[in-house]
Design a protein around this ligand. Structure first.
Ligand SMILES: CC(C)(COP(=O)(O)OP(=O)(O)OC[C@H]1O[C@@H](n2cnc3c(N)ncnc32)[C@H](O)[C@@H]1OP(=O)(O)O)[C@@H](O)C(=O)NCCC(=O)NCCS
Length: 143
């Protein structure tokens, strides 16, 4: 199911725990309030939000803005499931290329992205302040 502004409190509780530079309430409000270019997906377990992902879609290109799994629900395959599901959703909308940026130190996320077919496109020096970012790209196979 897609995220709505009613989910923002639960998102922020997870976000502030799992990200060193979390998105703010204002950012989420902007992303989730009548924004037709944003595709979002959430995972709920035990009647609570445990995971969320957002993509910005522009014609055939998408950008993975964020993906997060609540700490106590990590390492159970949910991140992978969520990413596959949101990728399928944007591909169904006509997307053939997906970009993302990730911290060089974020080994878990980089491993997940590589597993799903993303490859390193370029290094972005100091993208996260003092830390470098890796831009990764996924292309739909075209025959
Ligand atoms: C990255 C994240 C979304 C992965 O979600 P998850 O549900 O824990 O991951 P899964 O259980 O689905 O694991 C899928 C794959 O990710 C990789 N992975 C996940 N956690 C890992 C870890 N701690 N170390 C190494 N690889 C890891 C593995 O390739 C794994 O596949 P495998 O189990 O077959 O080896 C989650 O760790 C998270 O929310 N991290 C904090 C937020 C973040 O960094 N988001 C990404 C940047 S935008």
């Amino acid at each position: 199911m897609e995220l709505t502004i009613k989910d923002i409190n639960e998102i922020l509780a997870i976000e502030n725990d799992i990200f060193s530079t979390p998105y703010s309430r204002e950012i989420y409000h902007e992303l989730l309030h009548n924004n037709p270019q944003i595709i979002s997906l959430k995972i709920e377990k035990d009647e609570q939000l445990v995971g969320y992902a957002l993509m910005h879609v522009l014609f055939e290109q998408a950008n993975l803005l964020t993906i997060g799994i609540k700490r106590s629900y990590q390492h159970q395959g949910l991140g992978q499931q969520l990413l596959i599901d949101i990728m399928k959703e944007v591909v169904d909308l006509g997307v053939n290329t997906i970009f993302l940026e990730v911290r060089v130190s974020n080994i878990a996320a980089i491993k997940l992205y590589k597993k799903l077919g993303f490859i390193q496109n370029r290094l972005r020096e100091n993208y996260y302040g003092i830390e470098d970012g890796i831009e990764m790209i996924w292309r739909k196979e075209t025959i």
